[in-house]
Design a protein around this ligand. Sequence first.
Ligand SMILES: [Zn+2]
Ligand SMILES: [Zn+2]
Length: 613
Amino acid sequence: MLVRFWGTRGSIAKPGPDTFRFGGNTSCVEVRSDAGTLLVIDCGTGAHGLGQALMQERPDGMEGSLLISHTHWDHIQGFPFFAPFFAPGHTWDVFGPSGLSGSLRSVLSGQMQHAYFPVTLEQFAATIRYHDLHEGTFRIGDVTITTHLLNHPALTLAYRLQADGATVIYCCDHEPHAPELASGLGPLSGQDLHYAEFIEGADLVIHDAQYTALEFPAKLGWGHSSVEYAVRICEEAGVARLVLTHHDPLRNDATIDLILAGVRADLAERGTPLEVLAASEGLVLRTTPRTPEAAAGAPSAEAGGEAGSEPGPRALSSESGGPPALVWVTDRDLEAALTTALRLEGLPFHVVGGEADLKQRLERDGASLLLLEQALPVRDGPGLVRRLRESTAMADIPVVMLAALQEQARYDDPLVSEWLVLPVSESFLRARLRAWSLRTPCRWERARPPQDEERRLRRLAELDLLDTEREERFDRLTRIAAAAFDVPIALISLVDAERQWFKSCHGLATCQTSRDLAFCAHAILQRSDLLVADTWLDERFAENPLVLGEPRIRFYAGSPLILEDGTCLGTLCLIDTRPRQLSGAELSLLHDLRDLVLLELSPKPWPDAVHHS
Ligand SMILES: [Zn+2]
Ligand SMILES: [Zn+2]
C-alpha cells in the first residue's frame, strides 16, 4: 500500500512559517493498494489539495472511498471543497460513524447548510453513497477494513486496512482509557489492552499525538493521545512503524523535531525496533509485505516528504565528536546540576569563565548548545545572546536559558530556543539536553565565496555599478522577464562582499539583502543556472528567512552573469511564490535575457559579449 499525507494538523488548520514543514492542513490521508483501490481517510482541509490532484489525474471520472473517523470539523472541513464530488462521472462511497445527531449523511449535510456554505450536499454532481459504520469488518476492492471505537468525545472509529500482505492503521482522535498511561508507563489493561490488540502487528500506524505527557494532565478528557502513549501502545503491539500526526495547532515545526528526536533517542537507548516518524504534508510511505525477512528490515520510505527522507535514530552528538555545549551560569549548584546531566548524557561540554571566554570559544570551536542563565552578572542572558549573534557566526546554535522564576522566562524572545524555569528535575534536564543535541540541523545553507572571490570583487568594484541610480536600460529587462515568465519578481543581482545588491528589482521593495540569505550567492559559486523548483523541498533553502518570511520565495531560477574574462558578478533571476518548473524553451529565453543584461553591463559589439553561454 502507498500512503500519502495531505493534512497532518489537529483541531484547526494552522498554515504559516512555523508549521510549513509538518503542514498546516487538518487531517487527510490517501491510501492506495497495489491493485489501485483508492481510499481517503478523513476529509480535513488537506482534502482540498488531494481533490485537486485527483482531478488532474482522472478528470473524467474515478471510483474512490472516503473513510471518516468522526465528524469533528478538523476531519470534515475539506468535504465541501473536495473537487471530485463536483465532477460528473466520479463515484464515491463515504463511510463513517453515525453521530448522536443523526446519520453520517445528515451530519455532513449540516455543515453545508445555507448559513455555512453556498452549495448543498444534494448539488454534488458525482454519484455519492453514504454508509453508517459501527465496529466490524468489511471490504472495499482488495482492501479489508476493520473498525474499532476510540475514546473521544464524539463517536470515533479507528480503521485497520489490510491489503498487499500489509496492515495500515489510522487512529485519530483517541485518549488513553487509563489517564496514567499518557506518561507511556505502567501496565496496559482493560480497554487499552483491547486497543493494543486491535493495532497488533501492524506495519504502519498513523496515530493521534496531539500532546506530550507533560501537557496531557491539562487536557484530560479532550480526547487525544500523548506522544508517549502512542509510542507505548505501538511498542506493546509489535508495530513496525509509527507516524505521529494530528499535531496540535500550537506545535511548531521546531518543537515537533525535538519531540521526535527525544522519542528516537529513547527508543534507541532501549534498543526497540519501532521506527517513529512525524507526519508531514507530502510525506509518502510504502508498506512492504511483512514476511519474516521483510519484517527484519524497515519498510522503505519514498521521497516526497522531508520526514520520509530522514535517517533513523541518529547517534548522540558525543559519539559524532561535534563541538561541546558551552555552559555559563553563576550559581554553583546549578552549574553542578547541568554538568552532571551533560556528563550522564555523554555530551561533551565546557564551563566558560565569562563573556570573553565564551566569545572566544564560540569563534574558535563553535558549540552544540549554549546553556545560559537569565540573570548573568554582567548583563542579562538574552542581551548577551543578542550581542553574540551580532558578532559571531552562531545563527543556528540553540540557546537554552535558565530562569529562576516563571516571570523571567520571555517565551516570545526569538533568540532563545528554550526556557527552563528552575527547579528542573534531573531526568527532565537530561531529556531536554539530549533532544537539543539531537536536533534536526537547520535546512538553510549559506554559500561559500567562490575561489576567485578577491579578483571578482575587484572587478565588480571597477564596473562602478554598486549603489548607482536605477536605470531604465536594466529595469526594462527585469520588467520583460517578469512578464514573459509570469513571475512577481525579477532581479538583476550583483553579489558584493557582504550583500547582494540589485541593479534592477522588479516586484521587490528592497534593493539589497544580506549575502547569507542570497540564492544568487549559490548561483555564482556554481557558475551555472541555479533552478530551485520548490524551496520547501530543498535542503539548502527550506529554512532560509527569505523562504520562511517575505518575499516567501518558493521558486527560484537564476542564470549567472559571467563577463568575458570569466568574472561572475551575479545573476539575472526569477522568483515566484509558488513552486514551478522551467521548460527547455523557457530556459533558452532566460539565457537570451541574461545575455541582454550582460550587454548592458559591459557594452561590446554583438556577439562577443555573449559567447560564453
Ligand atoms: Zn481531530
Ligand atoms: Zn475530534
